[in-house]
Ligand binder design. Structure first.
Ligand SMILES: Cc1ncc(COP(=O)(O)O)c(C=O)c1O
Length: 369
């Protein structure tokens, strides 16, 4: 019989997550530590912007690279932030859309992409889907940026290095010194860096330094999903210095034949979102971070997260999957480290939930350890 499914689908494995959700489906009012989105809703003023845009008939396609007003605003923002002259910008369907377009425009079959491990799941699967080769660089046990190891992993086939700080799943924020050191190596070896800064606003203990300040060959990916709780609005952007304009142009060309554009009424609302102050929420999440960390630190091995809303905790005995199954049977939803890593020693907690649920979850996890 003729096979319908393409071979490339076998390059993507979603079994780890599916297993968690299958187990979770049987739970009643669980402590849900698995969700990758904030527990607050889109601010009313921004909802109003979107509603008005819809009512005003702004429901058609936008320009492929994004609504002019939003693009201009992003351009000004990144120019001021990184000191870039005349940067190139593309508004994408979430950071996910930006990631797919970036890889499609840059990764040839066989090209190597260096990824610190643990990593955000999508990187691995998208690179594999395109025939690229992921080169994982171990960042255990402190999850700091493994600059030396990355340097040793660079070869003639290296297409790019991916950074994600604050990091999903570890919550770790790379230090200024680490970022500068990597920038120096990337500049000397002339390697492209993709920096995924979707959690930039969730930064609790001082600055979250960006490599874009120190390395010219950098693509910056940012989004609205997490900072403004708009995960369903599908909005993000890719920005680059003028020297990488050709990459952004190729990505725009591919967007034309895939996503076409990011959702237009929400692009209107994003203009207002860029000036919307989310610092109260961030302060709330800093407190949640403290609540979770203080609750777990004496029982579990974990690094104090400096950003995002995740903690990556070592499972008792160092075997994550059996512990995760046990936790789920006890009504706490967590994700095994193997979903985000080549190892399965840790589990990820998302503390984007109520304080009450955090306290409840901490209590149960401690009792299971
Ligand atoms: C590190 C990281 N990058 C990108 C994304 C994708 O976000 P979106 O496509 O909603 O902008 C996520 C979502 O969980 C993420 O954690």
């Amino acid at each position: 019989m003729k096979k319908i499914i393409a071979d490339r689908t076998e390059l993507v494995d979603a079994s780890g997550i599916r297993k968690v959700f299958a187990l979770a489906a049987e739970l009643q009012d669980p402590v849900n530590f698995s969700i990758g989105q904030p527990d607050f809703d889109v601010p009313e003023a921004l909802k109003e912007e979107a509603i008005q845009a819809i009512r005003a008939g702004q429901n058609s396609y936008s320009q492929t690279a994004g609504d002019e007003v939003l693009k201009e605003k992003i351009t000004q923002r990144v120019a001021a932030e990184y000191g870039w002259e005349n940067p190139a910008v593309l508004v994408s369907s979430g950071v996910s859309g930006g990631l797919l377009l970036t890889f499609m425009a840059t990764v040839n079959p066989g090209d190597e992409v260096i990824i610190p491990d643990p990593y955000f799941v999508m990187y691995k699967h998208l690179v594999n889907l395109l025939g690229g080769k992921c080169v994982f660089v171990d960042s255990y046990p402190d999850f700091e940026l493994p600059v030396e190891k990355i340097s040793r992993a660079i070869t003639d086939r290296t297409k790019m290095i991916i950074l994600n700080s604050p990091c999903n799943p570890t919550g770790v924020v790379y230090s200024e010194q680490q970022v500068r050191n990597l920038a120096q190596i990337a500049s000397e070896r002339d390697v492209l860096v993709l920096t995924d800064e979707i959690y930039e606003r969730f930064c609790y203990d001082g600055a979250c330094p960006s490599i874009a300040h120190y390395h010219q060959k950098t693509l910056v990916l940012k989004g609205f999903s997490k900072s403004h709780a708009m995960t369903g609005w599908r909005l993000g952007y890719v920005a680059a210095p003028a020297g990488l304009r050709d990459v952004i142009e190729q990505m725009t060309k591919i967007q034309q034949y895939t996503f076409v554009c990011a959702p237009r009424p929400f692009q209107k609302a994003a203009v207002a979102a860029m000036d919307y102050d989310v610092s109260d929420w961030v302060a709330g999440y800093r407190r949640k971070r403290d609540l979770l960390y203080e609750g777990l630190k004496d029982t579990f091995e974990l690094v104090r997260p400096g950003g995002a809303f995740y903690a990556f905790v070592k499972a008792p005995g160092g075997a994550a999957s059996p512990f995760v199954e046990k936790a789920i049977r006890n009504n706490v939803l967590i994700i095994p480290g193997s979903v985000f890593s080549e190892k399965d020693t840790h589990f990820r907690i998302s503390y984007a939930t109520s304080d009450e649920k955090i306290e409840q979850g901490v209590e149960i996890l401690r009792s299971l350890a």
